[in-house]
Design a protein around this ligand. Structure first.
Ligand code: PLP
Length: 354
């Protein structure tokens, strides 16, 4: 990224040598990302991140494919929930929410039931839940969606770069992703749109991104995103192992030190890097816990970190947690390869003094 910022000052739309060189960086990045996810470069469009991609896919698919109903869930990211709510209010689109089971997984039978109503449908269900780490069965949801001729969009922000994804083999029509979730730069991402599908352009102007998203490309961010994904996939096996062991250690330490601690979300079906736990603490400690941990230099979250500064209770946990547990503090711990067991020891020590 630094090299691109320092020496690739051309505009990818310019025909001279500097422009062609910048264009080469953008297109090589697209090819590299496409190869790593097993899609074709033509199926990827760069965006400013997942929020833009999500809003674009939902609004675009609805208008282009004459969607009259969206099936989603109440545990999606706010980018989905808010975009869908707007469509319901302004365009009279029917919204159906699939039930969430007590372990945080979606009820696939209910999804089948909803889909069996013969409506032009877009299914919007995220791959990995960002708060509890539960994993959606993309194969199952995609197959069901195809059975009823519905389009399927999955927000894959938490899975791209974190697990092997062979997207062209999956029955998924649209995917959103954001680079900063796999250690890339902030403010850049991409959408995947299956070959043969179409969407209205999100902006009009200079016809960049094959006319779908006009505006000069953010070349250094795109280069950084491509490099970050390359490194993530290259080290995937090694880091999955290290991070899974850290999560196991954290669960073990939490259970030893705080009997009665509960894991939010099905422990057998959550991604290796997210652990959301309900602590057996007094209700009064709920509000101060994050403040206390923050003072000790420990960065964990309560609700979704994407809702900046919010201390309102998590809409995800509210969907399936027992009422008595909702009053207790729940924290979301995210691990990566920079963490070690000493970080977990520090967290345990800090929690003991709350
Ligand atoms: N979807 C999920 C699951 C997320 O976790 C996030 C935020 O981190 C987003 C969407 C929004 O991504 P961005 O802030 O890059 O637009």
């Amino acid at each position: 990224m630094v090299r691109v910022l320092e020496s690739e000052y051309g505009n990818p739309s310019s025909n001279h040598f500097a422009g062609r060189s910048a264009k080469g960086i953008v297109e090589n990045s697209r090819k590299s990302i496409a190869k790593l996810l097993n899609v074709t470069a033509n199926e990827l469009v760069f965006t400013s991140g997942a929020t833009e991609g999500i809003n674009w896919i939902i609004n675009g698919a609805v208008s282009q494919h004459k969607i009259s109903r969206i099936i989603t869930s109440k545990i999606e990211h706010h980018a989905i929930l808010d975009a869908v709510a707007k469509l319901s209010k302004n365009n009279n689109i029917q919204i159906d929410c699939v039930k969430i089971k007590p372990d945080g997984l979606i009820d696939y039978e209910h999804l089948d039931e909803l889909l069996s109503e013969n409506l032009q449908t877009l299914v919007c269900l995220m791959h990995i839940n960002n708060e509890i780490g539960t994993i959606l069965d993309l194969e199952k949801v995609g197959t069901l969606s195809r059975k009823y001729n519905a389009l399927f969009f999955s927000d894959a922000v938490q899975s791209v770069g974190k697990m092997p994804l062979n997207i062209s083999e999956l029955p998924v029509d649209f995917i959103s992703s954001s680079a900063h979730k796999f250690h890339g730069p902030k403010g850049v991402g991409f959408i995947y749109m299956r070959k043969g599908l179409s969407m209205p352009s999100i902006t009009s102007g200079g016809s960049q991104e094959k006319g779908l998203r006009s505006g000069t490309e953010c070349v250094h961010n795109i280069a950084g995103m491509s490099k970050a994904l390359e490194i993530s996939i290259e080290k995937l096996d090694e880091e999955t192992k290290v991070i899974s062991e850290l999560k196991e250690y954290a669960i073990d330490q939490l259970e030893k030190n705080f009997p009665g601690v509960k894991i939010n979300g099905n422990p057998k079906n959550t991604l290796y890097n997210i652990l959301n736990v309900c602590l057996p603490f007094d209700e009064q400690k709920t509000l101060m816990i994050l403040f206390h941990l923050d003072l000790k230099g420990i960065a964990v979250s309560r609700g979704s970190a994407c809702q900046s500064g919010s201390i309102s209770p998590s809409h995800v946990l509210a969907e399936f947690q027992l009422l008595e547990d909702q009053r207790k503090p729940s924290i979301r711990i995210s691990f990566d390869h920079h963490n070690s067991t000493s970080d977990i020891d520090a967290l345990i020590d800090a929690l003991k003094t709350v």
